[in-house]
Design a protein around this ligand. Structure first.
Ligand code: MRU
Length: 370
């Protein structure tokens, strides 16, 4: 199996999702700016994977920092975090991961100013700062701890996906076709996947499921990535264009829909890849359950509704061109909102690592997030 992203001594290594499915190549980002560019260009994409990349980008930037004093390190951290935070606006996992890294850093730097002491500065945890620790030693500890934290975020993400798989598999039909949109698989996460993780777990449990993958215009995550990773895994997959979904639903050939999410508001409104809303409406019209699988880090309890979720607008060139080749008249106006918001009334259930949330989401998500 491939690794979507990993920490190495040389930097942050990622599978290049812009080259899939024709080439399986890996790139190593050696600076935080390269990690930021990998997120922006969608060399790595998918909300949880973006979160892991953001954490590793922060760790890499801090590791490479030449700061000699705590205030210099803090200033470097802010610069790195700002650069990474300005890459993609919708997936809240990115901001969640940067915040988590900031909390670890701040905790350590506060210690370094004379608070309580982590065990590896030389005194027992909770003891006053070892007065013997030099500024350089404290900075070295902060660097090591941030690298550890980024790796922990990756390991946790895989475990969370497996837990979601266990919960979500119970909702999958015993047999038949499940429709998915975009890529919410191992490629979109640290590994295993959210929506595809649920499908993987259901298949492992003996359910005879096959998958219809929407191609997912304009970036083709379904065609290029979902089809690739499911085929690699031996899970039967059939590629359809986005505008075929309603046709197959009406024919009674789709038993359930399952997608991932980039941000979920406290009321259960779901931002996910553009086109998700249309599928959810079609599913309701055809009495087909519409499930969302997402870790709790994707739930933004600070937003009361999906209307507050910032929607990334990407370059129209991604609509008018494919791989640099025009697919539309020159200079035609085009729009490219990368995500849409599905109102919670279309969502049958939200699968998280702590269990399954249903309406009223304001209460069920709050209970799961507590
Ligand atoms: O623009 P992308 O490819 O980053 O969008 C990805 C999606 O919309 C996924 O469905 C979502 O991030 C969930 S991934 C587990």
């Amino acid at each position: 199996m491939f690794k979507t992203i990993e920490w190495t001594d040389d930097g942050v290594r990622m599978i290049d999702q812009l080259k899939l499915p024709t080439q399986e190549v890996y790139v190593t980002c050696r600076t935080y700016e390269e990690v930021a560019e990998a997120i922006r260009s969608m060399l790595i994409r998918g909300a949880p994977a973006i979160g892991v990349a953001a954490a590793m980008g922060v760790a890499l930037g801090v590791k490479n920092s030449g700061a000699r004093t705590i205030p210099e390190l803090r200033a470097d951290f802010d610069k790195i975090a700002d650069t990474i935070s300005q890459t993609r606006p919708t997936a809240v996992n990115l901001f969640w991961a940067v915040k988590r890294m900031r909390e670890v850093c701040e905790g350590l730097l506060t210690v370094a100013r004379g608070g309580t002491c982590p065990d590896d500065i030389g005194s027992p945890p909770g003891a006053p700062m070892n007065r013997g620790a030099t500024e350089a030693e404290k900075i070295a500890v902060a660097k090591a701890r941030l690298i550890e934290e980024a790796q922990r975020i990756l390991a946790e993400d895989i475990a969370i996906n497996e837990a979601m798989g266990r919960h979500g598999a119970t909702l999958m039909p015993d047999s038949g076709t499940v429709l998915t949109h975009c890529n919410a698989g191992a490629l979109a996460t640290g590994g295993y996947g959210t929506a595809l993780g649920v499908i993987r777990a259901a298949v492992s449990a003996g359910k005879k499921i096959d998958v219809f993958a929407d191609e997912t215009r304009p970036f083709l995550q379904g065609a290029r990535l979902t089809a690739w990773e499911l085929a690699k895994d031996g899970i039967p997959v059939t590629l359809i264009t986005d505008n075929m979904a309603g046709h197959f639903m009406k024919l009674g050939q789709i038993k359930a829909v399952i997608v991932g999410a980039d941000r979920i508001a406290a009321n259960g409104d779901v931002a996910n890849k553009i086109g998700t809303y249309s599928i959810a409406v079609l599913a309701k019209e055809n009495q087909i359950p519409f499930y969302v699988a997402a870790p709790l880090s994707t739930i933004d309890m600070s937003l009361t509704s999906g209307e507050q979720i910032p929607i990334e607008e990407r370059s129209p060139a991604e609509v008018t061109h494919w791989a640099g080749v025009p697919t539309a008249p020159e200079n035609i106006a085009a729009r490219h909102p990368a995500f849409d918001v599905t109102p919670h009334r279309y969502v049958t259930a939200i699968i998280t690592e702590r269990g399954i949330a249903r309406e009223p989401y304001t209460e069920s998500l709050k209970a799961l997030s507590a």
